[in-house]
Design a protein around this ligand. Sequence first.
Ligand code: NAD
Length: 250
Amino acid sequence: MTQKSIIVTGAASAGGLGFAAARLLAREGHAVTLTDLDGDNAADRAEELRAEGLTATGLAQDVTDEAGWAALVDRVKNETGRIDGLVNNAGIAVLKWTADLDVDSWDRQINVNLKSVYLGCRAVLPVMQAQGSGSIVNLSSIAGLVGVPGASAYAASKGGVRLYSKALALEVAKQGIRVNSVHPGVIWTDMQKVAIEDNPDQYDVINAAIPMGRMGEPDDIGNMIAFLISDRARYVTGGEFVVDGGLTAQ
Ligand code: NAD
């Protein structure tokens, strides 16, 4: 297998989806660049992977910063010679009912979850186009498929990621570049812990509502991301991949 060079954003959280994906990809033999707003933690995660004998670099990045994307792409291209994969994973969840949702919160939600995805895709495209190959995986959510009350801005951002991914997939399909979205259900990460911290009873309620009887683990999502990045998914583009233990099948 040829080693790929893959960027994973939002990968600093030890129990998060980005780190799970980065770890699986590194264990498959790829060179991973982990980025995050929290550069120190991203560097620590990369160090953990290097301690396993894997190839990993951790860098600070604000995914809403256009110039930062250009600098990141230059750096990864110079260090690894290629960019084969981009996992747009960084995200935040602004969980407010519309009546309480101020404009700044709306803008921040859309910038961090949706505009960042466009910035990242646009930044890596010239490299992938020159190579004639590449795979982009954008993290959406089941909230990008079905309505979730109290999460209207989050749902708007994730619904945007879903259709942006399909449109881009069509734009680049003949260039050897694949683009897909992944739609996690309820996965036990820091984001989820924060979402229920005021209502700890929700932990059991949510588990009971999921047909498979449990929230997802980060590796459940990481495995789907790793598949979509890999050449095993060579005929897969413009797809939306739900990983939710059956939650939206009901
Ligand atoms: P998490 O909060 O554990 O990790 C998200 C990471 O993104 C953090 O390390 C954070 O520092 C980083 N980040 C936030 N803003 C950033 C910015 N501007 N620039 C760079 N990095 C930034 O979240 P998670 O649960 O691992 O979620 C990862 C992705 O999966 C998110 O896009 C989220 O919306 C999506 N998702 C998660 C769930 C779930 O249940 N956990 C469900 C559906 C979708």
